[in-house]
Design a protein around this ligand. Structure first.
Ligand code: AMP
Length: 219
């Protein structure tokens, strides 16, 4: 049987991808949250899960170190998506990419005046494209975490970040002033693996598409 490797990242994607994989007959033989192993065997012989940082998942799949992976649309847009197929929107880890400012900051007025705005974000490509499409001149400041701190400390006027419940913004006295796009996680595949390991990959892609169908159903 063909060996298959699936790249996942710990946290929300892992939590929401495991039930989909289980319905395709793939269950890790150790608990991924507590195991220190980065390569996890599964109930399916020769199918393993590799645990990597969320932003590294596309790279592992692009270079064929993993045949399949699960990555957020945010991560895929920042990566660029070169050398990857995206066969299924799994509809998991659902959230949105938004612009947020301190409560009371006059975002509308500042935008209308055409004032230059400083925006801090980990998602520089998404932010650049969003503001360019609106014809806004912004200075983008790349951060690697704790973006909520940027408007509070005076580093930036606004941030571009993922918002799910909105609790993180609320806890830091920030408000969402624009929604850029909805975000979900997608199944990604190495194009060569799709061809050369088709007998193993195709049934798994189909099973994951079927298992996630209800996640994509509209309201
Ligand atoms: P929340 O407080 O529920 O709005 O969640 C916001 C925080 O969780 C922010 O720090 C986000 O960067 C992070 N977050 C929310 N949803 C996701 C997701 N799907 N993937 C990665 N990070 C997320």
């Amino acid at each position: 049987m063909t060996a298959l490797t699936i790249a996942l990242s710990k946290g929300r994607i892992l939590d929401e991808a495991l039930p989909l994989l289980a319905s395709a007959g793939i269950v890790p033989t150790e608990d991924p949250e507590t195991s220190r192993k980065l390569f996890l065997p599964t109930s399916r012989p020769r199918v393993s899960i590799v645990l990597v940082r969320a932003s590294d998942v596309p790279t592992y799949v692009q270079w064929g170190a993993a045949d399949l992976g699960v990555a957020g649309k945010d991560v895929l847009l920042e990566h660029g998506g070169q050398g990857l197929y995206q066969p299924v929107d799994l509809g998991i880890a659902r959230c949105r990419m938004s612009v947020a400012t301190r409560r009371g900051y006059d975002w509308e007025g500042t935008v209308q005046r055409g004032a230059r705005i400083r925006v801090a974000t980990k998602y520089v490509s998404i932010a650049r494209e969003h503001f360019a499409a609106k014809g806004m001149h912004v200075d983008l400041i790349k951060l690697y975490g704790s973006m909520e701190l940027a408007p509070l400390s005076g580093l930036a006027d606004a941030i571009v970040d993922l918002v799910s419940t909105g609790n993180t913004l609320k806890a830091n006295d920030l408000v969402e002033v624009e929604t850029i796009m909805p975000i979900t996680s997608r199944l990604i595949a190495n194009p060569a693996a799709l061809k050369l390991k088709r007998d193993a990959v195709k049934p798994l892609v189909d099973a994951l598409a079927a298992a996630s169908a209800s996640n994509r159903a509209g309201p």
